[in-house]
Write a protein that binds this ligand. Structure first.
Ligand SMILES: [Zn+2]
Length: 260
């Protein structure tokens, strides 16, 4: 889940605003006995990859989907396939017959709406939000100038919402090695590009492409293309596996287009 995916889900969940929960549950230990019956939905906002689903009585459901969690809205009379039942983490059945279901979400917690900062206050500015602040994003990214660019971009405390795909592709599009120290990178144009790409992806469906080409194997410049020819210069794309260290994810780059 990248930031554009979270914002897309927030838009979908916000169509439930005003709806009243008639039955529901939170299948996590901390809230297993909580029954949301009678709660009225106020809307859902994304902040980076976090989702904040607010209820009118001053509580917020905070979810984070990480790699493979999802939210689904089922229309009236529609049921989830039984095989997915063990994956359910949140179920909110509304009076109008629709049901919102969170599957496999690793983070499910209820917080007071006034305390939302406790769960998202650490995040850097989000390029998809109206309160996006590029100057603040640059300041935060440069806080540790020796850090490799790709790791700084993935740390949500710098800028919120960039996942590995966007981070790797942004390094390519700006012609910078993922291992370049972030302090030496011209960040304002990189962040402006990040914002344009995220907005474009949010507004134009779910298929994420950075090349503008949606054909299989051609939708990304380097992401997922280890050993294959760079789409710009033909040099084999290099790959470094994740190391297990924080923000050291799988990385792809073209050594010709992105010199050290
Ligand atoms: Zn190249």
């Amino acid at each position: 889940m990248e930031g554009d995916g979270a914002h897309r889900l927030a838009g979908r969940l916000s169509t439930l605003a005003g709806g009243v929960v008639v039955a529901g549950e939170f299948r996590v230990a901390a809230h297993a006995t909580e029954r949301p019956r009678g709660w009225r939905l106020a809307g859902t906002e994304a902040y980076g990859k976090h989702l904040l689903t607010r209820f009118e009585h001053g509580w917020t459901l905070h979810t984070h989907l990480r790699m493979d969690g999802s939210w689904t809205v089922l229309g009236p009379g529609r049921a989830l396939p039984r095989r997915l039942d063990p994956d359910v983490r949140v179920r909110l059945a509304l009076a109008d017959g629709r049901t919102a279901v969170a599957l496999r979400a690793p983070v499910v917690e209820l917080v007071r709406t006034r305390d939302e900062r406790d769960v998202v206050g650490h995040l850097g500015p989000d390029p998809l939000r109206p309160d996006w602040d590029e100057t603040e994003g640059v300041r935060r990214l440069r806080a540790e100038p020796d850090r490799p660019l790709v790791e700084a971009l993935l740390d949500q405390r710098g800028v919120a919402g960039l996942g590995n795909l966007w981070a790797v592709e942004l390094c390519f599009l700006r012609g910078r090695s993922p291992w370049a120290p972030v302090g030496g990178v011209d960040l304002p144009p990189l962040l402006a590009l990040a914002r344009r790409m995220l907005r474009h992806s949010l507004e134009h469906g779910t298929r994420m492409t950075t090349t503008g080409d949606t054909r299989r194997g051609r939708s990304h410049w380097v992401y997922g293309r280890a050993g294959r020819p760079c789409l710009r210069c033909g040099t084999p794309v290099r790959f470094r596996p994740a190391t297990g260290a924080p923000y050291a994810r799988e990385t792809w780059w073209c050594p010709h287009c992105q010199p050290r």
